[in-house]
Write a protein that binds this ligand. Structure first.
Ligand code: FES
Length: 77
């Protein structure tokens, strides 16, 4: 009988969606930064949210957030 981590079985449903994998920033973190800091540029959004400081792969999604698109909708990506 082996043991297993029971939390690993439910973790995918409980974890918030990550927008920036490099910095582990969630969609909620970015939306909160948008509401609190009202950034107008990608550079400002990166500074206030902490997202986008790694490989830059999330920059297109961050630009969509700045444009006011709902990035939580799969059809946007
Ligand atoms: S995924 Fe955001 S910087 Fe790499």
């Amino acid at each position: 009988m082996g043991s297993y981590d029971k939390t690993a079985l439910i973790a995918p449903w409980n974890e918030p969606p990550i927008l920036c994998e490099c910095m582990q920033i969630t969609e909620a973190d970015v939306q909160e930064a948008m509401m609190n800091h009202r950034p107008n540029t990608l550079k400002e959004l990166i500074q206030c949210s902490g997202a986008g400081k790694g490989c830059n792969a999330c920059h297109p999604i961050l630009r969509e957030v700045l444009a006011g698109l709902d990035v939580s909708c799969p059809s946007v990506r």
